[in-house]
Design a protein around this ligand. Structure first.
Ligand code: ZN
Length: 84
């Protein structure tokens, strides 16, 4: 792979850099969290749906108005180390 594009679906979702500002609603997602997750796909990782993985960046269930996916979880790091 030499290039990848990531496009945000701004038709169906809203994105914010400040999800903790008190003005976040049910359709607002943290742009940094989503970008970090999507970069994981660029690196070859799939979505994870096991509830035990819900706080990993590669979790396929992203909650609105949260920022915890900005930081890689232990499982994300272990996957990167194994692959790269
Ligand atoms: Zn995904």
């Amino acid at each position: 792979m030499i290039q990848a594009d990531i496009r945000f679906n701004t038709t169906d979702y809203d994105f914010t850099y400040t999800p903790g500002d008190g003005d976040c609603d049910s359709n607002d997602f943290d742009v940094i969290s989503i970008l970090t997750h999507e970069l994981g796909h660029v690196l070859g990782f799939d979505d994870l749906y096991d509830p035990a993985n819900r706080y990993l960046t590669m979790s396929g269930r992203v909650n609105n108005c949260t920022t915890y996916l900005r930081n890689l979880g232990r499982g994300d790091v272990l996957g990167l180390r194994e692959r790269y």
